[in-house]
Write a protein that binds this ligand. Structure first.
Ligand SMILES: [Zn+2]
Length: 187
């Protein structure tokens, strides 16, 4: 699989019966791995339970469907910028930014914007983590590159530089991530 992360939006009708999902009612969400990425399912719990399927979900979780609300005035908080930045980064899908994307996701999780729904350890020691945007229900599959502690500060400062506008995405991508291709011996 070439794509390390994906955005999948929450559906507003049940993927199985195609009837609307109702505001504030339980929903079963699942990601099905496909050649190009993931297909997302959002279903009534009964439909999920009773429908026949011949595939195993990559990930599955129980949530609550929230009908979209009209956004009021745009909140000028940093948090908003971080949410926009992570969407931009995920869309760019640049492997050089994988550490930045992951650290940003952790920050957004701490600010209660994203919620971690699942974690799938990979054979190479990395972890694919499934995050869901609490408000919009969008799903992000983000690679946890297992950043080494001594590199974390540098990645965090890259994230801060992006959020404060002191560096552009291009500049950070050129810097790459400190752990990338490093041949430094383990101490
Ligand atoms: Zn249904």
């Amino acid at each position: 699989m070439s794509q390390e992360w994906n955005i999948r939006s929450r559906g507003h009708v049940c993927t199985i019966c195609e009837k609307p999902l109702l505001d504030k009612t339980p929903v079963v969400s699942a990601l099905r791995e496909t050649n190009g990425g993931y297909e997302r399912y959002d279903c009534h719990p009964e439909c999920w339970k009773t429908a026949e399927r011949d595939w195993e979900p990559f990930s599955q979780w129980d949530g609550v469907y929230l009908a979209p609300v009209k956004e009021e005035k745009k909140d000028p908080l940093k948090k908003e910028d971080a949410g926009e930045l992570i969407r931009k980064l995920i869309t760019l899908d640049d492997p050089a930014m994988k550490n930045v994307v992951y650290v940003l996701a952790v920050m957004l999780e701490r600010s209660k914007i994203l919620i971690e729904r699942d974690a799938k350890p990979q054979p190479d020691g990395t972890i694919r983590r499934v995050y869901e945007d609490r408000k919009s229900g969008d799903t992000f599959v983000i690679l946890d590159p297992r950043i080494r502690l001594e590199n974390l500060a540098e990645v965090q400062s890259q994230v801060v530089a992006l959020l404060s506008g002191t560096k552009t995405l291009g500049e950070v991508a050129v810097e790459g991530s400190p752990a990338e291709g490093a041949t430094a011996p383990e101490i």
